[in-house]
Design a protein around this ligand. Structure first.
Ligand SMILES: NC(=O)C1=CN([C@@H]2O[C@H](COP(=O)(O)OP(=O)(O)OC[C@H]3O[C@@H](n4cnc5c(N)ncnc54)[C@H](OP(=O)(O)O)[C@@H]3O)[C@@H](O)[C@H]2O)C=CC1
Ligand SMILES: O=C(O)CCC(=O)C(=O)O
Length: 441
């Protein structure tokens, strides 16, 4: 999103055109809502842990935030300037880790919230990482492939002071993919003068990418869903999935492969439903050809809101933050919500779902499969070794199972929600790292 600010030069009779600028426009919703949610969740965990005010302040404050201008030359020769961000929320347990988002509405608040969630997520699944996130306020669909490549390379160049294989390791998120990661690796490597595969995860396998990363988040969501079903036969369990991107589409496929009946999916173009079960393979083909799920001929159309409010066993929000909010939470009829997306449920909605007896498997647990396999990729790159897809999947299953078990046990012991339990464990580990390291100087 380019912010146009009028020139401060007084208008003259020749009426000079305003100078386009991207002077910071903060704070700006909707990122503020994500940050408020993240801070609220941290506050609850800090209360459960009895943390003192100093530690609370350290955990609530990002360690480093970088805001950059990213000029990109368009195909017609003109230059457009967009804003980019990289936030390292916490690095007490290891290098910062987290994806890069290309989305027109991203802002510093949103990226800060996403970085904070990465910190707790990495601690919860016991990875030796802190948390980070990056973003560029741009719609990648509105750029050509060459413009996107130039934008990516320039953004990487601007955030060079923060990133590095031992400092801060990016990965894909909304609007970015394997190709984006390949450009990041190349840009960083050209600057270094040698290949640095460990600078980024989610790369194509030919560049040292993990054989299991493409579907890792989705497999993790499937594992979390089946664990939350608690022994119930998945055969015929009805599922609605919001978002049909890297997480949503592959989660739909993964849950269908486990026997679930995917009755509805959506993306930004629309939503489709078939109560007898969608053919996810055919839907993926339609999506690839048509650029979205809208118009899929073997299903009925429904509205975005109707999808969220379907009477299903499982709802998987796998798009953006704030999908389930105070305005629609009371209409959610799913028995179980498994958060594929980061921050899809606001704190107000959380309360409503809890009062209605709806179980929520929180984002930092449900979607941790991606960063788990990112970690395996990074170890593989930095140790110059490689693992088979079977080995990657085994490790992913182990870490997801252990984390799920710990969260469920803590929730049962303390009589708290899975979200509070997950945050208590994640925040507690980071707080303990701070305590043991002490404060410099
Ligand atoms: N990629 C990863 O490794 C991980 C991602 N996540 C989280 O998962 C979520 C999705 O990420 P990812 O799949 O990578 O992103 P993608 O960009 O691949 O997909 C996002 C999807 O959301 C859809 N969408 C956007 N707005 C809406 C809306 N209002 N209603 C329904 N669908 C909508 C998009 O539709 P369209 O394509 O039509 O725009 C697209 O299908 C994010 O919260 C991300 O942070 C979490 C862990 C790891
Ligand atoms: O794989 C990674 O490093 C980060 C994935 C991510 O951005 C997320 O879990 O939200």
């Amino acid at each position: 999103m380019t912010v146009m600010v009028p020139s401060t030069t007084p208008a003259t009779s020749s009426q000079a055109p305003p100078i386009p600028s991207i002077i910071p426009d903060l704070p700006v919703p909707p990122g503020r809502q994500a940050l408020d949610s993240a801070l609220h969740q941290l506050g609850r965990a800090a209360d459960l842990l009895g943390l003192d005010d100093g530690l609370r302040a350290m955990l609530a404050t990002p360690r480093r935030s970088l805001m950059v201008a990213v000029p990109v030359r368009r195909e017609d020769g003109s230059v457009r300037v967009v804003r980019g961000y990289r936030v390292q929320h916490n690095v007490s347990r290891g290098p910062a880790k987290g994806g890069i988002r290309f989305h027109p509405a991203t802002d510093l608040n949103e990226v800060t919230a996403l970085a904070m969630w990465m910190t707790w997520k990495c601690a919860l699944v016991n990875l030796p990482y802190g948390g980070a996130k990056g973003g560029v306020a741009v719609d990648p669909a509105a750029l050509t492939a060459r413009e996107l490549e130039r934008l990516t390379r320039r953004y990487v160049n601007e955030i060079l002071p923060l990133i590095g294989p031992e400092q801060d390791i990016p990965a894909p998120d909304v609007g970015t993919d394997e190709q984006t990661m390949a450009w990041i690796m190349d840009t960083y490597s050209v600057k270094a003068g040698y290949s640095v595969p460990g600078i980024v995860t989610g790369k194509p396998p030919v560049l040292g990418g993990s054989l299991g990363l493409a579907g890792a988040t989705a497999l993790g969501v499937q594992i979390a869903t089946l664990a939350a079903l608690d022994g119930r036969d998945p055969e015929g369990v009805t599922v609605a999935v919001q978002g049909f991107g890297k997480v949503g589409a592959l989660t739909a496929r993964s849950l269908a492969a486990a026997g679930c009946r995917i009755v509805a999916v959506s993306d930004a173009t629309g939503a489709v439903t078939d109560p007898s079960g969608l053919d996810v393979g055919a839907l993926l083909e339609h999506h690839a050809e048509a650029g979205g799920v809208r118009g899929y001929p073997r299903a009925d159309a429904l509205s975005h809101d109707e999808l969220l409010e379907l009477d299903v066993d499982v709802l998987v929000p796998a798009a953006l933050e704030g999908a389930i909010h105070a305005g629609n939470a009371s209409r959610i009829r799913a028995g179980l919500v498994v958060e594929g997306a980061n921050g899809p449920t606001t704190p107000e909605a959380d309360r409503v779902l809890s009062d209605a007896g709806i179980t929520v498997v929180p984002d930092i647990l449900a979607n941790a499969g991606g960063v788990i396999v990112s970690y395996l990729e990074w170890v593989q790159n930095t140790q110059a070794c490689s693992w088979s897809s079977g080995e990657v999947e085994r490790r992913l299953r182990e870490l997801m199972r252990d984390a799920f078990g710990e969260v469920r046990e803590a929730a049962a012991q303390r009589g708290i929600s899975l979200r509070d339990a997950a945050h208590m464990i994640g925040v507690g580990r980071v707080a303990e790292a701070h305590r043991v390291r002490g404060l410099y100087p």
